[in-house]
Design a protein around this ligand. Structure first.
Ligand code: SAM
Length: 455
């Protein structure tokens, strides 16, 4: 039985019977859910759909994801179900209908970024930002495995975005919070909870919101979310934004509730997820709009991060740009000016979708990203491995007795691209990124969850 602090229960402001339903639900086991990557896979074994997310599913038991090559191929992303409600809001506001520039400000490990990238229109640009440097690598890894183009990754403090001037049509702030909504999944976090920490989080969230606000275009939308229930980190922050920054609450009346609790009060239109009502953890999500008449502030310009000498026009509206370290990235040509503007102002770690290293004659030595990318077909011979072979490849071990000509190959498991390798004297050498390799596979626990769309 979870031991919930009295102050936490008081803040919930639920009547006796609802509070006891809530506590009963918190003492149940958390639902297990994932989101399938529709460009890579179909689900095979699910225990129902997530009502508010087209490709969201529940599972009846937690598989060992690290033993599943399809997980490493970006075929799905294990994600808490309530947080997938972001898709419902984005679609209801028709933000998926036009080409927009979007910023996911607090993005690591990348759950909302992979969701946004999938939901936004093909010609939209998603800038996924994470301020904590050690978490950026995981964000890059997850976006690369997801394999959808039209992305950038930045590593900046929210206040640095103000220097861009109004650059974004959509800003998503999935704020660092007191984590109340995760009590069921992480019971240890209950001991860290206090009213003081809630208030500290609320003031940090205000700072983040006011820092990023200038980078939202007039008329643009800011979606704010937390995984908490309390009003300090949620309703009060939005009221503050409405009062201090003249934010306008967005009418969410056309957003279907589908199990969420609708919140409507002065300055706030939002949804709250509670585990006794919807099948998911605690979550809060709201949207505000910037007044269309606010004057844009001036942009500052710094040194470009793009090596335009190395720009290479490919086809279908995409090209390759290099950074000054010689890494090549696939970019949508229509987004070049925006990418240049952003990368010259905030610290950028990925200018676009990572493809490999630039070599002389403006060619590319294909890297792992190229084998993950859904809009690119590599011209390598294909090698299909069985489960044990695939796990060895992902562990970066050599595989013997391979019957293929010498040279570069693209490696597959059940139709999922796992990466690039090299054949030498009947031996397959794995080029899987060292830092991403799996360390403890357990093939005996492998369970097939998805099937490749390309089979
Ligand atoms: N959006 C992510 C997802 O769906 O996978 C989860 C984001 S998590 C709730 C909040 C993120 O904010 C963390 O990655 C954390 O490192 C970052 N963060 C922490 N302090 C921050 C700050 N002062 N400004 C901006 N982001 C911060």
């Amino acid at each position: 039985m979870l031991n919930l602090p009295d102050a936490f229960k008081e803040l919930l402001s639920l009547d006796q019977s609802e509070q006891s339903d809530f506590i009963d639900a918190l003492n149940d086991s958390p639902p297990i859910s994932l989101r399938v990557n529709p460009l890579k896979a179909h689900i095979l074994n699910a225990d129902g759909r997530v009502a508010w997310c087209e490709h969201g599913y529940y599972l009846n038991e937690r598989p060992r994801y690290t033993s599943d090559p399809a997980f490493h191929a970006g075929a799905y992303y294990p994600q808490e179900a309530s947080s997938m409600f972001l898709e419902n809001v984005v679609k209801a506001l028709e933000l998926d209908q036009t080409a927009i520039t979007a910023l996911d400000l607090c993005a690591a490990p990348g759950g909302k970024s992979t969701l946004l990238r999938q939901v936004l229109g093909k010609n939209s640009l998603l800038v996924a930002n994470e301020v904590i440097q050690s978490r950026v690598k995981l964000l890059e890894e997850n976006l690369t495995k997801w394999g959808q183009p039209g992305i950038m990754v930045t590593n900046a403090d929210p206040k640095q975005f103000a220097s861009l001037g109004p650059a974004f049509d959509l800003v998503v702030v999935d704020a660092p919070c007191s984590g109340e909504g995760m009590f069921r999944k992480q019971p240890d976090s209950i001991d860290q909870w206090s009213l003081d920490s809630v208030k500290l989080c609320a003031s940090r969230q205000k700072r983040i919101l006011s820092d990023v606000w200038p980078s939202l275009k007039p008329g643009g939308i800011l979606i704010y979310s937390t995984c908490t229930y309390n009003q300090f980190e949620n309703e009060e922050n939005l009221e503050w934004l409405t009062n201090e920054q003249s934010a306008i609450p967005v009418d969410l009346s056309n957003v279907p509730e589908l199990g969420a609790k609708r919140v409507q009060r002065m300055g706030v239109n939002a949804f709250r997820f509670m585990p006794h009502i919807a099948k998911g953890e605690g979550f809060f999500i709201a949207a505000v709009r910037k007044d269309g008449s606010i004057k844009p502030s001036k942009n500052k310009k710094a040194k470009s991060r793009l090596d335009m000498r190395q720009f290479k026009n490919i086809s279908d509206g995409y090209g390759v740009v290099a950074d000054w370290q010689g890494n090549g990235f696939q970019v949508n040509i229509d987004q070049l000016a925006t990418i240049e503007h952003i990368s010259s102002t905030v610290k950028t770690t990925m200018l676009g979708f990572p493809l490999g290293r630039m070599i002389k004659d403006r060619d590319i030595k294909w890297g792992h990203g190229a084998a993950m990318l859904t809009n690119l077909s590599l011209n390598f011979p294909r090698i299909e491995l069985d489960l044990l072979g695939a796990l060895k490849f992902l562990e970066k071990q050599d595989i013997q007795d391979i019957k293929a000509p010498k040279g570069g190959v693209q490696v597959f498991f059940e139709g999922f691209s796992l990466g690039i390798g090299r054949v030498q004297q009947n031996r397959l050498i794995s080029n899987y990124p060292t830092n991403w390799r799996i360390r403890k596979p357990a093939p005996e626990q492998y369970r097939r969850l998805v099937e490749s769309v390309n089979r």
